[in-house]
Design a protein around this ligand. Structure first.
Ligand SMILES: NC(=O)c1ccc[n+]([C@@H]2O[C@H](COP(=O)([O-])OP(=O)(O)OC[C@H]3O[C@@H](n4cnc5c(N)ncnc54)[C@H](O)[C@@H]3O)[C@@H](O)[C@H]2O)c1
Length: 269
């Protein structure tokens, strides 16, 4: 019988355009056999590219791509409603949409920068997960791959950051936006356990994506941070995606409210 470990349900990924973590997560779902995948991003053109890449992995795969701004008050709800009306349910939601910080200390940070960072990274993640939870609570659970474990009604993975755990110079607004995602994850994990919904987050270290490598200036800025981590390299978006799929699967059935650090050892050093 199809079950949660084979991704027989419906996947939703935010921030899925381009070559970043969200696109890697969406592709990983397709490669793992998930046949109904919904993706969103503010960048419509690059979102369509992700859609084409996903569709090229299997002929019978359905992809719903809807562009929009996750920080706007009603987009997440509209998108989630479209996913439910197209695919009937949402089983795995991975909230990846995010922006980098302004690389300024607090006294140099404008209110506009502060609001922008928090509106996308925290508010956008909250709006997304709130809409996903609302849909998940209304659906029947899928059977677990192991009949001794409870069925799962849904699993959400929020993408936070290693900087939600530790500090770095000139990063307080971004760090705080990611610490908020971690705290929200724990709170939702407590509140939705009774619904058989799991909510976890991932705290990536420095990952090779457009956010970190699109300009030479960004690469130079991050070099010292890469050298702090014992593994002394950037992670691949696929290495984060694999962890997200594990947390979504019923193999992670007793993992609740966790912050899985995927950082080459940065926070232990
Ligand atoms: N790359 C890293 O080193 C790193 C480290 C820790 C955490 N993260 C987090 O991982 C997530 C993915 O980042 P990434 O590295 O893949 O970067 P990325 O820039 O490649 O991907 C982020 C995506 O989010 C989208 N996005 C931005 N604002 C949006 C909005 N308002 N509405 C909808 N979509 C929006 C972007 O268009 C982009 O496609 C982010 O939350 C980021 O904070 C990244």
């Amino acid at each position: 019988m199809p079950d949660e470990s084979s991704f027989s349900g419906v996947a939703l990924v935010t921030g899925a355009a381009g070559t970043g973590i969200g696109a890697a997560v969406a592709l990983a779902f397709a490669e793992a056999g998930c046949q109904r995948i919904a993706i969103t991003d503010v960048n419509e053109e690059l979102l369509d590219q992700t859609k084409s890449k996903i569709k090229s992995t299997a002929s019978n795969l359905e992809v719903l791509a809807v562009a929009g701004d996750i920080s706007s008050s009603d987009f997440a709800e509209t998108f989630v409603n479209k996913v439910v009306s197209s695919f009937g349910r949402i089983d795995y939601a991975v909230n990846c949409a995010g922006i980098m910080g302004n690389n300024q200390i607090s006294t140099e940070t404008t209110l506009d920068d502060f609001d922008k960072i928090n509106n996308v990274n925290y508010r956008g993640c909250w709006l997304s997960s709130r809409a996903e939870l609302n849909a998940m609570t209304k659906q029947d659970p899928l059977p677990n791959h192991d009949s001794r474990r409870p069925p799962q009604r849904g699993s959400i993975v929020n993408i936070a950051s290693q900087l939600g755990i530790v500090g770095r110079p000139a990063c307080s607004a971004y760090s705080a936006s990611k610490a908020a995602v971690m705290a929200m994850t724990r709170g939702d994990a407590i509140d939705y356990s009774e619904h058989h919904i799991r909510v976890n987050c991932i705290c990536p270290g420095i990952i090779d994506t457009p956010m970190t490598t699109s300009t030479e200036e960004r690469k130079q800025l991050l070099k010292p941070a890469i050298d702090i981590a014992p593994m002394r390299r950037m992670g691949l978006p696929q290495e984060v995606a694999d962890c997200a799929l594990f947390l979504c699967s019923s193999k992670a059935s007793f993992v609740q409210g966790a912050a899985l650090v995927v950082d080459g050892g940065y926070v232990i050093n």
